[in-house]
Design a protein around this ligand. Structure first.
Ligand code: B1M
Length: 217
């Protein structure tokens, strides 16, 4: 791996929040592709953090400081990943489902969708089915993007879909889901309209579904 990418990787792995911003900027100044900086320098070490946590070498505080370093790095990357377009491709209500506080993946999905000219209403983390429903009603969004990182919180996606049905607005939005423990099959089983394994495929999915998305309003 390129030296600067290795340094960024180490910043995330070790949670070096003070140095990561300068390293990411240095990599970009060297002309490195922002997507490579993200994938190789930040997403890969987070997977390693998860492995170390599973093996009992890392604990929650280590996961937290790695997450903080990744967020700092993402702030530097954001303007390079998000090229604002004037025409809106559609409105998306996004959030991490109830009971779940993981927001790095969700933020990345929001960032990439924004870069593809979608308007984002980010409801944050621990979003209840009722809040998603209210978010759609308030914004008139054509899409919901739900994220879940815990097997215990995945069922809250289905609860949200049920809440949309109960509110009579299920046919007004396309429901997109994603997050590390999810699968295409799971998305199908809970009645979602689409599943994306990563942020860039979330964008292609939203674009594809735009063709059949309900009109704004
Ligand atoms: Co947590 N955690 N965590 N954690 N954490 C995992 C998820 C875990 C797999 C670690 C492990 O054991 N290996 C495990 C879950 C096990 C399970 O459910 N089977 C776990 C656990 C157990 C926990 C706690 C329960 C720990 C505890 O307290 N004992 C606790 C739960 C808290 C809660 O949510 N209620 C907890 C807490 C935390 C921190 C707060 C410390 C921190 C999160 C900080 C934050 O997000 N602000 C944290 C972290 C950092 C992780 C790991 C290490 C990294 C997650 C991450 O950010 N990945 C994670 C291990 C892992 O994933 N390998 C782990 C990078 C990110 C870019 O990837 O989020 O997968 P990801 O997003 C991807 C795709 O999934 C997809 O696109 C993204 C970009 O390509 N995607 C979507 C995501 N959302 C999408 C939505 C879409 C489409 C695509 O919509 C259309």
């Amino acid at each position: 791996m390129d030296e600067i990418l290795q340094e960024i990787y180490n910043c995330v792995l070790e949670g070096s929040n003070k140095t990561i911003a300068a390293k990411v900027q240095q990599a970009l100044d060297q002309g490195m592709d922002p997507g490579d900086v993200l994938d190789e320098g930040m997403v890969k070490p987070m997977a390693e953090v998860g492995r170390l946590f599973e093996e009992g070498e890392y604990f929650v505080p280590e996961m937290l400081i790695s997450a903080r370093a990744m967020k700092t790095g993402m702030e530097v990357l954001k303007p390079y990943l998000v090229k604002a377009d004037i025409r809106s491709a559609g409105k998306v209500v996004a959030g991490t489902v109830q009971g779940d506080l993981h927001d790095i993946g969700k933020n990345l999905v929001c960032m990439m969708l924004e870069g593809a000219a979608f308007e984002i209403v980010d409801l944050g983390v621990d979003v209840s089915p009722e809040k998603f429903v209210q978010g759609v009603k308030d914004s008139g969004a054509q899409f919901i993007a739900m994220s879940a990182l815990l097997t215990t919180t995945m069922p809250n996606m289905q609860r949200t879909i049920e809440a949309l049905k109960a509110a009579g607005i299920r046919d007004k939005v396309k429901v997109l889901v994603g997050g590390a423990p999810l699968t295409q099959q799971y998305a199908h089983d809970i009645g979602a309209d689409g599943y994306a394994p990563d942020a860039s495929r979330a964008v292609s999915l939203a674009k594809t579904l735009t063709e059949s998305a309900p009109a704004a309003g």
